[in-house]
Design a binder for this molecule. Structure first.
Ligand code: FES
Length: 274
């Protein structure tokens, strides 16, 4: 993280629930706040008080640049004290925001098929990636996009409206209330033979069990995969080492990386689950 960067104040424009315990926060950002790259995140805390532990790393769900300001969208699940505070912010209230931070997704040369695998609010950074210039079809480069989105039930499929019409969409729910009945990785397993590993990349974000299952699946079907490990962050400031993950280094040695500083996006094949 660039330690010299300071937090800036954003102003809440809208804040609305989109599913039980999920909300979409829209924030007006000052001029000069850079357009986030897909996969980067922001640190956010309520402006009241100065406790840095109140800051939370959150994915970018949307960002639009205007002449004299930006509009940042955060799709978030209430999962503790800070996110509960954020869920109750009203238009006009201020937030302290640092970012954009981190190393995001990349598109290797020669890829013509992209698969997204998301669980829960893991949809947020992948929806932003889906709409980014990184994956825009350009003259001589067409990219097919298949999106596999899983949630516990139909009512928790937050963010899905931003995917329809922009990709082939596969919905999965744990309780079978919509789409495929079962984990998102099981649905992908059923269909993975359709994809040419030489021309395909997978982008993934979701809970650890989903990422582990994906890792197992890709041992049998070796398609490159970049995974955002944002759920593993604590302070997000590079200070607590609470986000350290084991990585298989170039010589096969185990090394440790900070998700907030070296990620949050990693090559799934290099991640060591302990
Ligand atoms: Fe504390 Fe990364 S979350 S060092």
């Amino acid at each position: 993280m660039d330690e010299k960067r300071a937090m800036v104040n954003g102003v809440v424009v809208r804040n609305r629930p989109v599913a039980p315990d999920h909300f979409l926060l829209t924030v007006r950002m000052p001029r000069g706040f850079a357009q986030p790259l897909p996969g980067q995140f922001v640190m956010i805390r309520p402006s009241r008080g100065s406790d840095p532990l109140l800051a939370r790393p959150l994915s970018v769900f949307g960002f639009r640049l205007h002449d004299d300001h930006g509009v940042l969208e955060i799709l978030c699940r209430v999962a503790g004290r800070v996110t509960a505070i954020l869920a109750n912010l009203k238009p006009g209230e201020e937030l302290a925001i640092l970012g954009p931070i981190g190393r995001g997704f990349t598109l290797p040369v020669g890829i013509s098929q992209v698969i997204f695998v998301a669980g829960g609010v893991g949809v947020a950074p992948l929806a932003y990636l889906l709409h980014s210039d990184l994956l825009a079809s350009k003259a001589g480069r067409e990219i097919r996009k298949d999106f596999y989105l899983g949630a516990r039930s139909a009512g928790l499929l937050a963010g899905v409206e931003r995917l329809r019409d922009f990709c082939e969409l596969g919905i999965c729910t744990d309780d079978g209330s919509q789409g495929y009945h079962g984990p998102v990785t099981a649905m992908l397993h059923r269909e993975i033979h359709r994809f040419n590993p030489e021309k395909t990349i997978i982008y993934a974000c979701g809970p650890t069990p989903m990422i582990r299952a994906l890792r197992s699946l890709l041992r049998e079907h070796p398609i490159p995969c970049q995974v955002s490990l944002e759920e593993r962050m604590a302070c997000g400031l590079g200070a607590c080492l609470g986000c350290a993950v084991a990585i298989r280094g170039p010589g096969g040695n185990r090394e440790y990386r900070r998700v907030c500083h070296d990620g949050p996006v990693f090559d799934l094949r290099e991640v060591v689950f302990v």
